[in-house]
Design a protein around this ligand. Structure first.
Ligand SMILES: [Zn+2]
Ligand SMILES: [Zn+2]
Length: 334
């Protein structure tokens, strides 16, 4: 079978790897679609994604597909089942898993490297999807589950004002979740006019530039600020514009070499709570339910549908990644 590898030194290669049968409780899945994630780009650029990277590694972790075979210990899946994957393995036994926090599992590793014709996750990482949900949309399960975890942490109260930075793929999902949370007013901060338009289409009340949000922040209390970019400048501004008693969620993945700064005294007088969010503990089933409900628009977020081979050039140029979500078709089934 074919698989798309980051082999180190800014190089991506599609390699032939042997296909095998599933063992123990593994589910063999013919991958239909896999999203290209910002963390794949980080890995390609020689930084770490959510974990330390030692190439060669198969990229991709946001996949959906159809079960073709199950291991002898599988109880819940059969060939033909349509499924989405949670790529993040939790052993269920270590002290972190015992506390319900598999995102910190001592042996956590990726179990669904979706830039591959087949993946073999254990069944605890596999989620059935309803017939009405197409496989391309189902491949949004992982990014959506991460966004759900982030919003779980800050618990948006209905009627309050939320500012959100960045209409990339993750911001576009986050915006829709914030809308569903019952926020009273959502202001999206985005430099590109085209993406500000998209923000309005996906439920923002207002879409402004980073200069404009400064003024707005002085006029009204921003109760929540959610940053989905990860640039030093926007993270620092997100903390600076937050209002009194505000919660700030730094969701965008920052540069490990670039710590951010903020004025502690100002944050103190506003009694700010600053959150970060790591992965997706126990939120995949909810992500599937939301996608099945049709309340999350993914079509408007997709900027390109590319083959496994075409990803090499995309990782170099980021032509479509700058505009939205790149979806990789493996089997391309729906
Ligand atoms: Zn991802
Ligand atoms: Zn564990």
């Amino acid at each position: 079978m074919k698989a798309g590898y980051y082999v180190g030194d800014y190089t991506y290669e599609v390699r032939e790897v042997p296909e095998r049968s599933p063992e123990k409780d593994e589910v063999k899945i013919r991958v239909a679609w896999c999203g290209l994630c910002g963390t794949d780009v980080h890995k390609f650029q020689g930084q770490n994604g959510a974990s330390v990277v030692v190439p060669p590694i198969i990229l991709g972790h946001e996949c959906s597909g159809i079960v073709t075979e199950v291991g002898p210990e599988c109880e819940y899946f059969r060939p033909g089942d349509r499924v989405a994957c949670d790529p993040s393995y939790g052993c269920g036994k270590c002290s972190w898993c015992q506390q319900g926090l598999p995102n910190f599992c001592k042996v956590r590793h990726g179990v669904a490297k979706g830039f591959s014709e087949y993946v073999y996750p254990p069944e605890q990482n596999v989620y059935p999807i309803a017939d009405g949900l197409d496989l391309k949309t189902a491949a949004f399960t992982e990014p959506l589950s991460c966004a759900i975890h982030g919003l779980d942490l800050i618990q948006i109260e209905s009627g309050k004002t939320v500012a959100m930075y960045g209409m990339g793929a993750i911001g576009s999902l986050m915006l829709q979740l914030i809308r569903l949370s019952g926020a009273g007013k959502i202001i999206v901060v985005e430099r590109e006019a085209e993406k500000r338009q998209l923000a309005l289409e996906l439920g923002a009340d207002l879409a402004v530039t980073d200069q404009e949000i400064e003024t707005i922040g002085q006029q009204e209390n921003l109760d929540y600020v959610v940053e989905c970019i990860g640039l030093t400048s926007t993270m620092e501004q997100a903390i600076a514009i937050a209002g009194k008693n505000s919660k700030v969620l730094l969701f965008g993945l920052g540069d490990p070499q670039q710590p951010i700064q903020f004025n502690q005294f100002e944050a103190y007088t506003k009694e700010l709570s600053i959150y970060t969010s790591y992965l997706n503990p126990h939120t995949s089933a909810r992500a599937v339910k939301l996608l099945e409900s049709g309340q999350i628009n993914t079509e408007k977020i997709i900027s390109a549908e590319l083959s496994l081979e075409a990803i090499g050039e995309e990782l170099q140029q980021l032509t479509f990644s700058k505009k939205g979500k790149v979806m990789v078709y493996l089997s391309g089934e729906n």
